[in-house]
Design a protein around this ligand. Structure first.
Ligand SMILES: [Zn+2]
Length: 165
């Protein structure tokens, strides 16, 4: 599975696009999310559909000691006032990290692969993962949460890392 990165203009335009809602929750989608879950094994904790070239509203989360999870047409229905800060990374900007502040706990509503709606509360790393992946569906990247100065610095560093390999 090809993971889209921001240094490729074609990829970038997909990553910056707003995704559309999933219409059919079927076996094809289940197989696809299974491939996404396999693709990030050992390299990441989440992957959103636009990162694989599809501007559709779904993503997967795969945290240690937790069953992989699939979120289809997700929506955050509540956020805590408490803020948590994590050093986030993204498979679309490989090797780069930046401190992002987000609500520490959230309530999310989505559909599962059986086509049933569910609602769950999440905190800690899972809450961060869900918010990061949901951003991807809106065409947002974690670097958008950084200050302009930090973002410029990170992008410069990323470009350099591409040149030097
Ligand atoms: Zn990401």
């Amino acid at each position: 599975m090809d993971i889209y990165t921001i240094d490729n203009q074609e990829h970038l335009s997909v990553l910056r696009n707003k995704s559309v809602k999933v219409k059919n929750i079927d076996q094809k989608l289940a197989d696809y999310t299974e491939r996404m879950i396999r693709a990030i094994r050992g390299i990441g904790i989440g992957l959103a559909a636009p990162q694989t070239g599809r501007n559709e509203c779904f993503f997967v989360c795969r945290l240690d000691r937790m069953e992989p999870m699939v979120f289809i047409n997700p929506e955050i229905t509540a956020t805590s006032e408490d803020i948590a800060s994590y050093d986030e990374g993204c498979l679309s900007i490989p090797g780069m990290y930046g401190e992002v502040k987000r609500p520490a706990a959230i309530e999310v509503q989505a559909w599962n692969l059986k086509g049933r709606p569910f609602r769950m509360e999440a905190d800690g790393l899972l809450a961060t993962c869900i918010q990061h992946e949901l951003d991807h569906l809106k065409g947002l990247l974690f670097i958008d949460h950084l200050s302009e100065r930090k973002r410029a610095k990170l992008l410069k560093k990323y470009e350099k890392s591409l040149r030097t390999g």
